[in-house]
Design a protein around this ligand. Structure first.
Ligand SMILES: Nc1ncnc2c1ncn2[C@@H]1O[C@H](COP(=O)(O)OP(=O)(O)OP(=O)(O)O)[C@@H](O)[C@H]1O
Ligand SMILES: [Mg+2]
Length: 235
């Protein structure tokens, strides 16, 4: 479980997050939605220790994450799939997965087998350069690279970006089943609100750094005001 309390982050004069408070439950997907510049990426980067907050706390199962090093936060079980996926195109699929396993104390062979079972297409392409993968396959590789370290928290930054609607729908179902089968705490950042709300349990809506909604996903999905003004879901 991740508990975020009154979190604020600034970049000089720009306040990217302002008193953000919410809770992401274990075994659930918490969607974090909002327009460009809402602060979604900053939130995930701050959880991972890549940005330092000006105030506020982040707890993972009661343990403070703020002021810890990124490597230590990763070792504690936070997996981060960054915006743009962050796989290395010149490396093969398997080399990318090895990198993911390197930091964690996991059995590499067992980890690889598990990921190839979860994502068979990665097994078929294990020797191929990641640059040759389709967008959807690259997103699977990015997730597998995080999952091979056996995280308990998975931070996903816009996994649907650039993917066709059908591929996005399949990816969302994969995220939901991963969350359930591994009892993960998933924080799913998306601009694609309708796709994320279909699989999320809970949803937080950010607007220029502030939380404007924090509720059960179905309640957020049905709120006309949120749909129209913050989620870009006008029919
Ligand atoms: N390193 C940085 N230096 C200065 N300003 C930054 C930095 N990172 C983010 N910002 C600013 O903080 C605000 C929030 O940015 P952030 O990237 O978190 O938004 P986002 O919700 O992820 O947007 P997008 O949907 O476009 O990815 C923006 O105004 C952005 O310009
Ligand atoms: Mg972003």
């Amino acid at each position: 479980m991740i508990t975020i309390d009154n979190l604020s982050v600034s970049f000089g004069a720009v306040q990217a997050l302002r008193d953000v408070t919410f809770l992401a439950e274990t075994g659930q997907i918490t969607a974090v939605l909002g327009a460009n510049g809402a602060g979604k990426t900053t939130l995930l980067r701050t959880i991972s220790g890549l940005e330092e907050p000006t105030s506020g706390t982040i707890l993972m199962d009661g343990q403070a994450l703020v002021h810890k090093k990124t490597e230590d936060i990763a070792r504690m079980g936070v997996g981060h799939v960054p915006e743009g996926r962050g796989v290395i195109g010149e490396f093969t699929v398997e080399e990318n997965l090895r990198l993911g396993a390197m930091m964690a104390k996991v059995n590499l062979q067992k980890g690889l087998e598990e990921q190839y079972e979860q994502f068979p297409v990665l097994g078929e392409r294990r020797k191929q350069h990641a640059a040759k993968l389709s967008g959807g396959e690259r997103q699977m590789l990015a997730m597998a690279r995080a999952l091979i370290a056996e995280p308990s928290v998975l931070l996903l930054d816009e996994p649907s970006l650039g993917l066709a609607p059908l591929v996005t729908a399949q990816l969302m179902l994969t995220i939901r089943s991963l969350c359930e089968s591994r009892d993960l705490t998933v924080i799913l950042v998306e601009q694609n609100a309708s796709s994320a709300l279909r699989i999320a349990h809970h949803a937080v809506v950010l607007h220029v750094g502030s939380v404007v909604a924090n509720d059960v996903a179905s309640t957020v999905a049905e709120d006309e005001n949120l749909r129209q003004y913050y989620l870009g879901l006008v029919e």
